[in-house]
Write a protein that binds this ligand. Sequence first.
Ligand SMILES: C[S@@+](CC[C@H](N)C(=O)[O-])C[C@H]1O[C@@H](n2cnc3c(N)ncnc32)[C@H](O)[C@@H]1O
Length: 241
Amino acid sequence: MAHDYLFSEKRDQIRDFDFGKDTAVVFDDMLDRSVPFYSEVQRMIGEIASDYAVDGTQLYDLGCSTCNAFVKLDPILPPNVRFVGIDFSNEMLDRAREKINQHGIKRDYQLICADLNEDIEITNASVVIINLTLQFIRPVRRHRVISNIARGMTPGSCLLVVEKVLSKDPKINRSFIKYYYDFKQRNGYSQLEIAQKREALENVLIPYRLEEDFELFLSSGFSFCDLFFKWYNFCGMIAIK
Ligand SMILES: C[S@@+](CC[C@H](N)C(=O)[O-])C[C@H]1O[C@@H](n2cnc3c(N)ncnc32)[C@H](O)[C@@H]1O
């Protein structure tokens, strides 16, 4: 796995973060070292998805990146659940294809390069996963995007969303962000790397408050939502159609 040195050199100008080739090459290491409990949350997603995925339906991973979810899910889901991964980065999808081949995944699957800000086709879905990706969708588009997803889901199906969230309280907010940066330092990122990446993400990653995300789901066609994971400013949410 290539080590993530993306922000280790001092940059004169910080450009907006993107998911192109440079990021795709180091992405798995970036996830491991900068997402708290990444592997455990993937395991939990698998556990929940295996209770909701129905043979003959589709499971979507929106913002699938290198398809870690499919690798985890393939051994535990019924064989006739079709996987659909969508991402707007061709470089991520190239790595996803390599990974799927390496793991010998035999089930029917499709990888689609598309921008989730646009209307995408979701049909016959018993599970939809959006892991750390809704936060990159433009806020003005989020209601339309989630409503469109809900319309393509079967009754009783589940949406699993992992996001960074903000607290209502500014002091708690600052503390949670500090604990998160401490976590990144413990995982080998320097203060310079942390500061430069924060700046690069500033206009690109727009988190909501937890209540805003719940309100978004409940007003978009879901009947119930709850938390399945929370670590400071990271959370995993489940919404039932
Ligand atoms: C933080 S990564 C997601 C990690 C991944 N879900 C996982 O579990 O490993 C965000 C992904 O969403 C994709 N993405 C961001 N904005 C997008 C958009 N508007 N349309 C499609 N994909 C998008 C990026 O290319 C990237 O692969």
